[in-house]
Design a protein around this ligand. Sequence first.
Ligand code: 13P
Ligand code: SF4
Length: 305
Amino acid sequence: MDKEIKELQEAISKLKEEKGAVILAHYYQRREIQEVADYIGDSLELSRRAASLPVGVIVFCGVHFMAETAALLSPEKRVVLPDLEAGCPLADMATPEEVRLRREALGHPLVVCYVNTSAAVKGESYICCTSANAVEVVGKLPEEAAVLFLPDRNLGAYVKGFYPQRAIFLWPGYCPVHEGVEAEDILRLKELHPRAKVLVHPECKPSVVELADKVASTSGMVKYVRESGAGEFIVATEKGILHHLAKVYPEAKFYLASPRLECPDMKKITLEKCYKSLLTLEPRVQVPPSVRERARRAVERMLRL
Ligand code: 13P
Ligand code: SF4
């Protein structure tokens, strides 16, 4: 391993101890960040973890809405995001004003927001969900209630497929990274690796989801690899997950569905920035009290399920 990387990782581990901090990292983070993390997970696991950990400082290596969700659930903890510019274009596709207008126009359906939203949008929502539990969350809502699902139209369409009889309105948002995968990418790889199982994140287009052996959140994919008994996988989600999969299942083969599966925002978090954040405990992510209570209600409703 590169000497500079190793030294920086050692310095981070030492500083982490001194500051009593915990590093949470999403599966899409760079390999060297995953290596210093105390916990790696999907957005649902990380928000649960952030809420339950008995520590004062959380360094969140992910994107802004993830750190914000952690701060929302644990306002007493200091949650730092090593680069405040690490955002999520999908989350930016819905604003609280737009949600209020749309909700009114549709006659006040129950708003289900994907965790990839700002705290202000969560505050306008009845319940939150992640890609790991969206189908279950919608299934728990009263059958007669109309639903406005936002902001991801692809995850929304996937959920709607489970409840064809329900009124589910979709928001026109999408993840630019996952939308980049085409059905042809999968078919080409299938031809090269006919025995490979196809794992697809529900943020991909319906034409790609249709080709999946398993549609799952990032941790759902890890679980499927463990349980399927297969040896080869075509993976249609951000490439960072391959570091974790290759490390945990070195005998299996993983093929990234498309070279476009790289999230530039996730990659804004570097070891240097992580080190600096631990040193200064900045930049802190906080949710103003005026938004916090309403947003928290939506997230806690989900966590109670
Ligand atoms: P997961 O909920 O599967 O971790 O995905 C988060 C995300 O940002 C997907 O692009
Ligand atoms: Fe947002 Fe897509 Fe990046 Fe996930 S992969 S953080 S949804 S832009």
